[in-house]
Design a protein around this ligand. Structure first.
Ligand code: NDP
Length: 279
């Protein structure tokens, strides 16, 4: 029987740790504060923003909310970010993606001061990760590492295969596994004979964005499988990039969807916010 990695329980642990750290800072007169900016009214983004604000509240962090209309000029958004960069009472700044069409996402994210970039998307933080310096790390891949550590799964010396090379998941995931001394292979849409490559993995991390694409033929007997994907299946149930029913009998450990990687992303965001002060 595969060990089911319980992201809900592990994320609750991390949030509780953040709450205790935030409480200590409060005793020193510091209220840890996250500024959340949303441009436009994308319904999925509104849900994410609401969840992030709720998580702040539960962890004893303050949140400042900026809801800008979709037709906000880019320069106005950049001005707001510059203002928040300067404010000593704001510790973390988050711009909810995607931005409305016509806005230059890269330019906007680059404007956030690296020391307040709690999403870990700024080129400075990405560079720090790749050369092994401290900095903020993208929350989802950082959450995967926490899941592995806290489930007693060692990474050092293991064959690690990451499917997907996006800037927010695949690439930082690969860098983190390398930092943990894994032997890392990164796959993408041009990879030849994907099942042959993924079957080499002791630890397989899937962030491909295709519902239930990874079936048993992609997985080695006894592998650890981490599923980053989130989708709705035709019956409106949540599912991942991995076909859980088909794959789990073959694994030593696997994350479910929902309840695996998903809850870790916000927990790691909260951790980054509290660390922005402690640094
Ligand atoms: P992207 O669409 O940005 O990246 C997908 C990657 O998969 C690309 O690198 C692409 O390759 C690769 N790919 C696509 N098709 C294939 C294929 N047939 N074979 C091999 N590789 C392929 O997705 P994200 O990284 O942003 O997200 C991945 C998944 O994770 C999504 O389901 C998303 O919803 C979920 N997600 C979940 C989060 C969470 O909190 N749990 C947070 C972020 C994302 P190429 O580069 O060549 O195009």
């Amino acid at each position: 029987m595969a060990q089911i990695i319980d992201g809900k329980a592990i994320s609750a642990q991390i949030r509780e740790e953040v709450r205790i750290r935030a409480e200590k800072l409060k005793e020193q007169g510091i209220t840890v504060t996250l500024a959340v900016i949303q441009v436009g009214e994308d319904p999925a983004s509104s849900v994410y923003v609401r969840n992030k604000k709720k998580a702040c509240e539960a962890c004893g962090l303050a949140s400042l909310s900026y809801e800008l209309p979709a037709d906000t000029p880019e320069e106005k958004l950049l001005e707001l970010i510059r203002e928040l960069n300067e404010r000593p009472d704001v510790n973390g700044i988050l711009v909810q993606l995607p931005l409305p069409e016509g806005m230059d996402e890269e330019k906007v994210l680059d404007e956030i001061a690296p020391e307040k970039d709690v999403d870990g998307f700024h080129p400075m933080n990405v560079g720090c990760l790749s050369i092994g310096k401290p900095g903020f790390v993208s929350c989802t891949p950082a959450g995967v590492i926490e899941l592995l550590h806290r489930s007693g799964i060692s990474i050092s010396g293991k064959e690690c295969v990451v499917v997907g090379r996006s800037n927010i998941v695949g690439k930082p995931m690969a860098m983190l596994l390398l930092r943990e001394n894994g032997t890392v292979t990164v796959c993408h849409s041009r990879t030849k004979d994907l099942p042959e490559v993924t079957r080499r993995a002791d630890i397989l991390v899937v962030a491909v964005g295709k519902p239930k694409m990874i079936t048993a033929e992609y997985v080695k007997e006894g592998a650890v499988v981490i599923d980053v994907g989130i989708h709705r299946d035709p019956d409106n149930h949540l599912c991942g990039d991995v076909d859980f029913e088909n794959v789990s009998p073959k694994c030593s450990a696997i994350t479910p969807v929902p309840g695996g990687v998903g809850p870790m992303t916000i927990a790691m965001l909260m951790k980054n916010v509290v660390e922005s002060v402690e640094r």
